[in-house]
Design a protein around this ligand. Sequence first.
Ligand code: CO8
Length: 261
Amino acid sequence: MTQAPAEQLILVRRQPPLAVVSLNRPGVLNALSLPLMRALADAVGELDRDDEVRAIVLTGNGRAFAAGADIAEMSSAGAVEMMARDQFTQWQRLRQTAKPLIAAVGGHALGGGCELAMLCDMIVAGEDARFGQPEVRLGVMPGAGGTQLLTRALGKWQAMELVLTGRTLTAREMYERGLVTRVVPQGLHLDEALRLAREIAAQPPVAVRLAKESVQKAFMGTLEEGLPLERKNFYLLFATEDQREGMRAFLEKRTPVWQGK
Ligand code: CO8
């Protein structure tokens, strides 16, 4: 299969305080090849370290967000080779993103594509979006968190149906089940994700960062772990100038000016 050079597998549009990262293999519905995932983790990592960027939108070029891992790349690989490829390191790097990551989904978000959307903090989807884990139809199963994240989002009984049948659900069905943050008319997913990103980017960055970490903990860990972390982060925010500015501005009935410290 022909591959674009690494720098074109994803496109980055940096527009502080926002950045848009686009998966750019539209000819294969943005199949998540190893080079693409490496380029994606590099780009998101760089934006995460960029002080002027406050929120990152992840989207797909063409008629899919992503139709999953690259089947051509995996079809003849054995178990040992799959392990040696160590592809999940890139996913782990993405999971460590401290800034808000918003998926803007139009079209297919299947298999690894659904997992990539679920790795994000919010999912904005067009009416045409479809989500699912069709791996079982290929003789495999989700590998980048699908069985865990879908089950936490939908509950065991609905997740089980999707994972065991490979059926897909529409954006609206996923919205009703709590997986999708917002549904918008077809074609408007990126605009709406940018609107949401802008709203978040206008908030004080340290508070956003610690709040994201705390919500993540609620999702990934237990209540016993989550409550102390939330409390610690809450106290920590009282060490920031933005806390003083935010509360003073409220009392003085004016708009706060955030310093990010
Ligand atoms: N990998 C490689 N190529 C793909 C993939 C894919 N996942 N999906 C689509 N393509 C290619 C097609 O082969 C086709 O190429 P060509 O034009 O050269 O024939 C092109 O994209 C367009 O696709 P279709 O002609 O099939 O388009 P349709 O509109 O008819 O169908 C579908 C769209 C329904 C999305 C269909 O393409 C499809 O079923 N795709 C596969 C979906 C799937 O099974 N995804 C799961 C893959 S396995 C997986 O994700 C495991 C995750 C494990 C962890 C993640 C590690 C990265």
